[in-house]
Design a protein around this ligand. Structure first.
Ligand SMILES: Cc1ncc(COP(=O)(O)O)c(C=O)c1O
Length: 295
């Protein structure tokens, strides 16, 4: 707040339900301080409520907009709850701004597709959107649990924060670790990771942290990716060779289908990395960072 007070800003954009990328939830006293600042400054708060539906430890946190409808513009989206490709969202704004926002939307893209909006309205009215949210919340919670367990197993001592909501968490790498080296090593083993440094305004390389997304990543891929991470960090509990075996060992008795190296269809998405076993590595990146929901 002190940094904000020091500026002459009249508007602020924030993600209070689950900050991107740190995953922090804005504390109650900070919410109140922010509203106080906006009242004194006659400022507007733009609340990007992009993943608030997916809170795992309690009911979703109330929107800031509910506390001060005259000060806050809230943006919602179905990008996380349904699919980003739909390009549908909503704005709850103070009445005095509604006309201006509607005109700006009209000028920008002449409005969102009507059929898609009607389909979404039907989903909401019939309760199917709510049912979908409940089902997906359980699925994402399961993926989040897989991530927590995999990290505890393969990289014990690497704390994870920002887990209360959404589709990403932050792994705090041991001091002295070089974030970019870990990312490079993981990529050479077909595991995609993203570092926090690229999210920082000054790209500062420390503290070394990884932003781990689990929204669009299946259980097996999360386990495989984190096993590789643990191996790279040298923190995995089993000796290196065993950890590698765990990453590499096929779950099937052997390749099936056409030719020696063919894999059963269902395993293709998450087939194991074999770079160090002397066999050709399939070029499959297990991205442990994508944040889009599964369809
Ligand atoms: C911080 C943040 N806000 C909003 C969105 C959603 O944006 P859109 O509705 O344009 O897809 C995302 C998607 O990843 C996001 O990370």
């Amino acid at each position: 707040m002190a940094a904000l007070e020091a500026t002459s800003a009249r508007a602020v954009v924030l993600t209070p339900a689950h900050q991107w990328p740190t995953g922090v939830v804005l504390a109650a006293e900070r919410r109140l301080a922010l509203l106080d600042w906006a009242t004194r400054r006659k400022a507007v708060i733009i609340e990007d409520d992009y993943d608030a539906e997916f809170r795992y430890d309690r009911d979703p946190v109330g929107a800031l907009q509910g506390l001060a409808p005259d000060l806050v513009v809230t943006l919602g989206t179905v990008s996380k709850s349904l699919a980003p490709v739909l390009r549908l969202g909503w704005i709850a704004s103070p009445p005095r701004l509604a006309g201006t926002l509607a005109r700006a939307k009209q000028v920008t893209d002449r409005g969102s597709p009507g059929l898609d909006q009607l389909a979404l309205a039907l989903l909401i009215e019939t309760g199917r959107y709510d049912r979908h949210l409940r089902r997906m919340r359980a699925e994402y919670a399961a993926r989040r649990d897989v991530l927590v367990q995999a990290l505890a197993e393969h990289a014990p001592g690497v704390p994870l924060t920002g887990l209360a909501a959404g589709f990403h968490a932050v792994a705090h790498l041991p001091p002295g670790t070089t974030e970019q080296e870990v990312i490079r090593a993981a990529r050479s083993r077909s595991v995609g990771l993203y570092g926090m440094s690229t999210c920082r305004a000054d790209q500062a390389p420390s503290p070394p942290q990884l932003v781990l997304g689990f929204g669009n990543t299946r259980h097996q891929a999360i386990q495989t990716g984190i096993a590789v991470l643990g191996d790279i960090l040298g923190l995995a509990l089993p000796p290196r060779s065993e950890a590698l075996l765990a990453v590499q060992a096929p779950r099937h008795p052997g390749p099936a289908g056409r030719g020696r190296n063919a894999w059963p269809r269902r395993s293709r998405r998450s087939r194991p990395v074999m770079a160090e076993s002397g066999r050709r590595a399939p070029v499959r990146i297990h991205t442990v960072t994508a944040t889009f929901p599964a369809a």
